[in-house]
Design a protein around this ligand. Structure first.
Ligand code: FES
Length: 108
């Protein structure tokens, strides 16, 4: 038996996220922010900023970085790492499958 448990969220059309922005979703009981950067692709992070709980889906997306709207900490959309001195945020898998947004959370 595998020790990896995957929770999958099928979240509807990718087009509901404007290019260059993020939107918040719930996958299982996990709040997830999905971003559609202008450079292409999709990225998913835990939606709650580890600094003081800011809404990352509302942050400014610049390249492959999102800036939290509350105190401007910046997180990589690729791996959730923070370059501005607070904790990293969890990163998840996001993909487009037949025009639909699919996010997968892995719990080990
Ligand atoms: S809550 Fe996100 S930077 Fe402070």
């Amino acid at each position: 038996m595998s020790s990896v448990d995957v929770v999958e969220g099928r979240l509807g059309p990718v087009d509901q996220i404007p290019v260059g922005e993020g939107r918040a979703f719930l996958v299982g009981d996990e709040p997830v922010a999905v971003f559609r950067p202008r450079s292409g692709g999709l990225h998913a992070l835990r939606a709650i900023c580890p600094h003081r709980g800011g809404p990352l889906a509302d942050g400014l997306v610049d390249g492959e970085v999102v800036m939290c709207p509350l105190h401007n900490h910046q997180f990589s959309l690729v791996d959730g790492s923070c370059a501005t001195g607070t904790d990293d945020v969890a990163a998840y898998s996001a993909a487009e499958e037949d025009g639909e947004l699919v996010v997968r959370l892995r719990h080990t």
